[in-house]
Each structure stands twice: as structure tokens, then as C-alpha cells.
Design a protein around this ligand. Structure first.
Ligand code: ADP
Length: 159
């Protein structure tokens, strides 16, 4: 049975990410949630904070573990003995970028497949950046992110 890697920046993890992780765990049994260090990206949460929020959020999903990574995703997948990269696809806008990444990764590592799961309709509109925008201006993110993330966001934007 192949095991899977679910990569992302997770700045922060949302219920949309969680849905993809849960469905991957259901399909593949084992899922490594790969938290990208995000060099060159300005993130709201540090990599340690993002890792901790992901770890707490996936603690109820059996077969899921969290690992921080940097460098090439396909190398990381090999190190983790994973042969499938699972990505969530929202609207058409995700497609072009994801298609390009999948083809580049296929060229680098032909033995590793990228598999796309369609976003669940209720999370189709949900993104980390949208959640940060709402939280920044004092809106409610209940139902969009796990409780620990809600607390983390209010800690960041308090005052
Ligand atoms: P981004 O790619 O916007 O920086 P992430 O790196 O955290 O965000 O996203 C990791 C993966 O999760 C990507 O494959 C992305 O398409 C997917 N994803 C993000 N939000 C959702 C969502 N609401 N539903 C399904 N998949 C999602």
C-alpha cells in the first residue's frame, strides 16, 4: 500500500487542508503532513508554530504524522518512503500552478505520482490567506479553521 505526503505551507492550517488530509489518510492509510519551511515566503506563523498547529489539528487522524521539510518535495517524499503526493484542488485558479508542479516533479522523480483530490464544496472558497484577512479585521473564523488555529490567530492579531 503506497503512503502519501500532503505538502503545504499551512500558514495556518484550515478545515480545507484538514479535509484533504483526512481523505488521504482514508485512502492511503499513512499520511505525512509536510510543513514547508517556506524560505522566501513571508508567513504569519513561524515554522514551529505552524508545525504545532498542524500537529494538534491532525492528532485525531490515525495514520497522520507531521514533519517539517525544506528543499525538493520529491526528495523529501523519497526519504519518507512515500510514493504519492496528494494535493487539494479548489477552483480553476489552482490548476495551472499545480499542473506545472506535478509535471516538474514527475520529471524529477518518475516513480512518484501526484494525486489531486477535489476540494469539498464547503471548503472550495477557503484559503489560509482569506482566513488571515478575516481574522486581521476582527471577523469570525469559526468553522473555517480548527479551534487551536482560531486561538492562534486571535493571539497574533490581538491589539
Ligand atoms: P498555498 O498553496 O495557497 O500556499 P498551502 O501551501 O498551505 O497553501 O496549501 C497546500 C495544499 O492544500 C495545496 O494543494 C492547496 O491546493 C490545498 N488546499 C488549500 N486550501 C484548500 C481547501 N480549502 N480545500 C482543498 N484543498 C486546499
Amino acid at each position: 500500500m503506497p503512503s502519501a505526503v500532503c505538502p503545504g505551507t499551512f500558514d495556518p492550517i484550515t478545515n480545507g487542508h484538514l479535509d484533504i488530509i483526512e481523505r488521504s489518510a482514508y485512502i492511503y492509510g499513512k499520511v505525512v503532513v509536510a510543513v514547508g519551511r517556506g524560505y522566501g515566503k513571508e508567513t504569519l506563523f513561524t515554522v514551529d508554530e505552524r508545525e504545532e498547529l498542524v500537529a494538534q489539528s491532525v492528532s485525531g487522524i490515525s495514520g497522520a504524522k507531521v514533519v517539517v521539510f525544506d528543499g525538493l518535495l520529491v526528495e523529501f517524499a523519497r526519504e519518507q518512503s512515500a510514493d504519492v503526493i496528494v494535493k487539494g484542488l479548489r477552483a480553476v485558479s489552482d490548476f495551472e500552478h499545480e499542473f506545472q508542479m506535478a509535471l516538474l516533479n514527475k520529471r524529477l522523480a518518475p516513480g512518484i505520482e501526484t494525486v489531486f483530490l477535489m476540494a469539498s464544496p464547503e471548503y472550495m472558497f477557503l484559503s489560509s490567506s482569506g482566513v488571515k484577512e478575516i481574522a486581521k479585521f476582527g471577523g469570525s473564523v469559526t468553522g473555517l479553521v480548527p479551534g487551536v488555529v482560531e486561538m492562534g490567530l486571535s493571539g497574533k492579531y490581538r491589539g
